[in-house]
Structures are given as C-alpha cells and as structure tokens.
Design a protein. Structure first.
Length: 114
C-alpha cells in the first residue's frame, strides 16, 4: 500500500483543519488506519486510530477535538481537527496497519499559531 497525506497548513489557535490520507490498492478496508504526529525534537506520537470495522480510538489530549473517520469506497482516512492549539503543531503522518506491520505516508505539516 502507498499512502498520500494532505490537508495540512497554517491555522490560528481555535481553528480547524481536515487531513486526508489516500491509499492505493484494493486491501484498504482490511487495514486499521492511524494518524501519528511528530514535532521537531520529539518522538512520533500516536493521535488516533480507526479499526477496519470503523471503531475509533484517540490519544487523551486530542479526544473531543479530533475525529478520525474512513471512507472505504474512496480508500481514504480523515482526521478532522477542531479547537486547534499551538501544541498541536507537528508533521502528521498516516499509517496503514496490518498485524504488526506499519506502512507510513510522507506526512503533512500542521502549524497552529497563537
């Protein structure tokens, strides 16, 4: 699978962005899909995941602000981000998960100004 993430940008604190991650191939619906983020000098951290049957899970600090969803007909996973904070600034990566194997996209930059 190949992943292409897009939708990042510069937004003011309190604003919203929607990230998208388009996947190639026919097995998309069988993957769990996740969003991770990495700020400069920090390790990559988990944000949200959605199982192959559509159950979402979130990092505590984004719960209630971020919503992960998927459209299997479009081979796309989304991350709707609301009430953005400067500490959400990072490069956001999507990942396709099959068993213990992660396939990463190239990431998209989100910058939240105060």
């Amino acid at each position: 699978v190949q992943l292409q993430a897009y939708g990042g940008g510069l937004v003011q604190a309190g604003g919203s962005l929607r990230l998208s991650c388009a996947a190639s191939g026919s097995a998309f619906s069988s993957y769990a899909m996740s969003w991770y983020r990495q700020a400069p000098g920090n390790q990559r951290e988990f944000c949200a995941t959605i199982t192959s049957d559509g159950h979402p899970f979130y990092k505590d600090s984004v719960k209630g602000r971020f919503t992960i969803s998927r459209d299997n007909a479009k081979n796309t996973v989304y991350l709707e981000m609301n009430s953005l904070k400067p500490e959400d600034t990072a490069r956001y990566y999507c990942a396709a998960i099959e068993g213990v194997t992660y396939t990463w996209g190239q990431g998209t930059q989100v910058t939240v100004s105060s």
